[in-house]
Design a protein around this ligand. Structure first.
Ligand SMILES: [Ca+2]
Length: 569
């Protein structure tokens, strides 16, 4: 049944593709490769493309190589070159399109990209670059990046992606420039596991040892952490337990909502919505933010927020949990833990309620993102390039991207889900590798930012399975509407670069100084803080965001943004 459904989904997209291209007339009369087609006419399929079925992309005997610059690097100890990943070899055979991989580490990526642009040595595709809308606008404007809306290319040659853009307006909104250009495809987070950016986990044995339940309020949360730290829940007679071990942004993700701040998700930093005035708001200047800082400061002072809070690493989190000295943490998933350890953890049953009765969740991603897949103007085969990525936005293609091929790299389970087969698991998972460390042998999954969707069960990411997915499902009802990251005109962009970036940095440094206790938060310092932000130009920034929000709604979000409810199990 599952298989029939997924084939149907891909077939529907194919029919859409054929019907669109069919109205264009004879494909052999199409524009040549790389034709920029500025006359507004839809681009027709070049005659070397196979338009009768989804695969192969090009007709037999066609020799096309795409140069793909991609982020890769030593995220996992044994990470391979992408040439050796199962997916890349199998996909060349399936598509008939050869790939020349230009692998760049994430640290060097921005510099390498700038170098390639200045030396006019452009790749055809920039993959997994996580390229921001401001960088897209800059290079798009200089004619380095191809506007995918031109000649209806996105609609015609990425029918799966286009269909999802119609279903979720925030997908297009997340990458469409104010004047209508779209320079990238982004990851589509159409699953609860991936929209909830952070989940809070508690060790069940520790809760039982201290006689407490999973917290439902800020006070209960504090009491659980205090008991974890002081009542020897690991039972070794030594005070070796820590309170919460958490990355600073994840602390914000899981607790801002209790203080009535961050009510439109996390994609625009400290920007959210003032329900009273109906305007965008910079919430770092609200009383709720001050209350949050005071709350976090108390936790840090009492050691309930671990002293290494400012030096969080994922591997330390794994070590602390495995050594049974950490019983509470928040993260995207549990990929750093073995299966057995994962089973020891439980999760929040809904967002926690704060001191003023606020019950919301800030750590929500928009369904729509940007910058995962960019085609440059050097590409001679942009239609082929689009089809190459578009396959990952249907069920069948997503399953292939994340899991490989049935019987070769994965098995279909009776409950309708999938798992890597014994060969993959025995080779990689049995050792010291994490789950993610295993997945990177099969797919381009590592580092995220892939032009894919996260729909369950076709996505192998740890966010979308097991306890992490259960935790996300338990929160979804309390989740805010998540605005996508907005796009700006060049003039607006300058205001953001001149003011907002500095304001954000100032807020972060004051916040951290208060939490660490190197600076005192009182009425006087708070008033100075608010005034400084005003002086730095926050009102101009808010005007820019107000305009961007109006544009986002006007450009197709007429019924407002999606709530996350529809992914509810
Ligand atoms: Ca102990």
């Amino acid at each position: 049944m599952m298989k029939a459904k997924k084939i149907l989904a891909c077939m529907l997209a194919l029919i859409l593709l054929l019907s669109i291209t069919a109205c264009g007339g004879d494909p052999s009369q199409g524009n040549g490769p790389g034709n920029q087609n500025n006359n507004g006419e839809p681009v027709k399929a070049p005659d070397y493309m196979n338009m009768d079925s989804q695969m192969p992309i090009v007709k037999e005997g066609t020799d096309i190589t795409l140069k793909i610059m991609v982020v890769n690097g030593p995220m996992y100890a044994n990470m391979n070159s992408l040439r050796d990943v199962y997916f890349t070899q199998a996909y060349e055979k399936m598509t008939g399109v050869k790939i020349e991989w230009i692998e760049v580490s994430s640290d060097a990526f921005a510099d390498q990209l700038a170098l390639k642009l200045t030396t006019n040595d452009l790749p055809d595709i920039i993959l997994k670059g996580g390229i921001s809308n401001s960088v897209q606008l800059k290079y798009g404007d200089q004619d380095y990046f191809l506007d995918l809306m031109q000649g209806d290319r996105l609609k015609t040659f990425a029918p799966n992606y286009w269909a999802l853009c119609q279903e979720y307006p925030e997908v297009l909104s997340a990458s469409m420039m104010p004047e209508g250009q779209v320079y990238s495809m982004g990851m589509i987070r159409n699953s609860t596991g991936s929209t909830i950016a952070s989940k809070l986990f508690f060790n069940k044995e520790w809760l039982s040892a201290v006689g407490k339940d999973v917290p439902t309020t800020a006070d209960e949360f504090y009491n659980v952490l205090k008991a974890f730290k002081e009542e020897d829940p690991n039972g070794n007679g030594r005070p070796d337990e820590m309170g919460l071990y958490i990355k600073p942004d994840h602390l914000q993700f899981v607790t801002f909502g209790m203080f009535g701040i961050g009510n439109r998700g996390r994609n625009n930093g400290f920007i959210d919505y003032d329900e009273e005035t109906g305007k965008v708001r910079y919430f770092a200047t609200t009383d709720g933010f001050r209350d949050w800082v005071e709350w976090a400061t108390k936790l840090y002072k009492e050691g309930l927020l671990h002293k290494e809070y400012f030096d969080f690493t994922e591997s330390n989190l794994g070590n602390y949990v495995n050594n049974n000295v950490c019983g509470a943490f928040a993260y995207t998933n549990l990929c750093m833990l073995g299966q057995e350890t994962q089973q020891k953890f439980t999760y929040l049953d809904g967002a926690m309620t704060g001191p003023q009765g606020d019950k919301d969740y800030y750590g929500v991603n928009s369904i729509g993102t940007t910058g995962s897949f960019v085609i440059t103007t050097a590409c001679q085969y942009p239609e082929v390039a689009l089809r190459w990525a578009d396959y990952f936005f249907c069920d069948e293609g997503s399953l292939f991207f994340y899991y490989g091929d049935e019987g070769v790299t994965y098995d279909a389970l009776e409950d309708g889900t999938y798992q890597f087969n014994d060969t993959v698991l025995a080779d990689f998972y049995a050792g010291t590798n994490s789950y993610d460390g295993c997945a990177v042998y099969v797919s381009l999954y590592g580092y995220g930012n892939t032009p894919t969707m996260t729909k369950v069960p076709f996505n192998s990411a740890d966010d979308n399975k097991g306890i992490a997915l259960e935790a996300a499902n338990a929160l979804i009802e309390d989740c805010a509407i998540a605005w996508p990251a907005f796009t700006f005109t060049k003039k607006e962009q300058r205001i953001i670069e001149d003011s907002k970036n500095d304001i954000d940095k100032y807020v972060a440094s004051m916040r951290d100084a208060w939490i660490m206790g190197t600076n005192e938060l009182n009425d006087e310092t708070w008033a100075q803080f608010v005034n400084t932000i005003k002086r730095m130009g926050i009102d101009d920034v808010l005007e820019v965001y107000e305009a961007a929000l109006d544009r986002a709604y006007a450009s197709g979000l007429k019924d407002g943004f999606h709530t996350m409810d529809e992914f509810k199990p």
